[in-house]
Ligand binder design. Structure first.
Ligand SMILES: [Zn+2]
Length: 171
């Protein structure tokens, strides 16, 4: 579909969402992220694995929690991705036939990006999507109250948070 047509459809609310996830997968994953903050004493996060359809829409199929791939990922209280964890991640992707379509992490308060979030995309590739959940993911934040950022390359990001369910659709 041409981007012009997508723009037109977007105006009337008919453009396909950029990324979708089964509601049960999303809610179970978000609950688990909240649990892994250990009583809201540290941040937690996950790689979001899935597939990309021909129209470019991503589908999230599985959460892979940072601390399952790297036991030290949450040790400082702030999510730290170490390159030593990546071979384990690629092994999981290969075994499932999935790619990393996005990532998600929690913040203690708001869902805005920190300077380090902006400086260090989890997958430094244009089109990668990063979600941020406020208040340690307490009360399962919904699209519209979730930070949704797309890495554009060269340190630039697009903020899609206000698009809510038109960007991330839970079905
Ligand atoms: Zn952050």
């Amino acid at each position: 579909m041409s981007s012009f047509l997508n723009t037109l459809l977007g105006w009337v609310g008919l453009a396909p969402p950029r990324i979708i996830c089964a509601r049960r997968v999303w809610e179970a994953g978000v609950h688990e992220l909240a649990r892994r903050t250990l009583g809201e004493t540290r941040e937690s996060g996950a790689y979001l694995l899935g597939r990309t359809r021909d129209n470019g829409m991503h589908e999230i199929l599985e959460f892979v929690f940072y601390d399952d791939v790297d036991p030290k990922a949450l040790a400082t209280g702030i999510v730290t991705i170490r390159e030593t964890a990546l071979p384990r991640l690629w092994e999981i992707c290969r075994a499932r036939g999935y790619g990393v379509v996005a990532d998600v992490h929690v913040h203690p308060f708001g869902y805005g990006q920190s300077a380090s979030d902006r400086a260090g995309p989890v997958m430094p590739r244009a089109g990668h999507i990063a979600f941020i959940l406020s208040n340690f993911a307490r009360d399962t934040p919904k699209p519209g109250a979730i930070g949704m950022y797309e890495f554009l390359g060269n340190g630039q990001w697009a903020d899609h948070s206000p698009r809510g369910r038109r960007f991330l659709k839970l079905a």
